[in-house]
Design a protein around this ligand. Sequence first.
Ligand code: NI
Length: 169
Amino acid sequence: MALLPILEYPDARLKRIASPVTEFTPAIKKLVDDMADTMYDAPGIGLAATQVNVHKRIVVIDISETKNDLKVFINPQIVMADGEIVGEEGCLSVPGYYDTVKRASHVVVRAQDALGKTFELEATDLMAVCIQHEMDHLIGTVFVDHLSQLKQIRVKTRMKKRLRETERA
Ligand code: NI
């Protein structure tokens, strides 16, 4: 088990665009395992590779109460989206901050698993929101980027203050 350091907003590396995974090597499998360990340890319900400073299109999600339903999405694409849901979101890269974001309430995602096998998954509500939130990370978008400019400034100020306090401690 290996835990990876998680980048925190407004770290500029969270803005990088991830590249597709082209070879499903043991290193990719290890990265997926480490991302899952990191997500469970945090604890969180989703993690994108971008958040651990690896700029590849990889996402792990587990929204189950029992934390034994890991979903791995490599090179994910949303092939259908409809409906609307406004829910409160948080992010391991924005610790302690939660706010509401509007998303599609129903999506179909096509992706590959850790071995490269293609699958499609239909998701609603929390799972649909989580997929969209994590896929946003792969294109350099944090949920805070969906908020008003004023809120973004407030979150940045708060995160910088938090960073200074962490450094002092
Ligand atoms: Ni996030």
